[in-house]
Design a binder for this molecule. Structure first.
Ligand code: ZN
Ligand code: ZN
Length: 111
């Protein structure tokens, strides 16, 4: 099974674009969905339009999705896995909290 190249980076125009590449040509239509392929670091996400969301749903496996917003294509934002999920700006404080949490988790593994 071959996966389409969905990782091309879109220019930052404040308008999210579909990154779906079909026969070497990026779609570039306004994106309506933000798709998470997996959350294992480095997590992988793609922005897709309605038409390509239909293709993704038929042919590919993803773990989460939410309607595309400007935050979805901004540097320094992160996927928040609430219900529904969304992309939120990450603050330095968040990163510190996350580092502490991950440290706590590792200490708790005890082996
Ligand atoms: Zn598209
Ligand atoms: Zn998003």
């Amino acid at each position: 099974m071959t996966f389409p190249n969905l990782l091309g980076r879109a220019p930052k125009h404040g308008l999210v674009r579909c990154n779906y590449v079909d026969a070497g040509t990026p779609c570039r239509a306004p994106a309506t969905w933000h798709v998470a392929w997996h959350f294992r670091p480095p997590a992988e996400f793609s922005l897709v339009c309605n038409e390509h969301m239909a293709v993704v749903q038929q042919e590919l496996v993803y773990v989460d999705r939410h309607p595309a917003a400007v935050n979805c294509d901004m540097p320094g934002t992160a996927w928040q896995t609430s219900t529904p999920s969304r992309c939120v700006p990450v603050t330095v404080e968040d990163l510190v909290t996350r580092a502490k949490t991950s440290l706590a988790l590792h200490q708790g593994e005890g082996s």
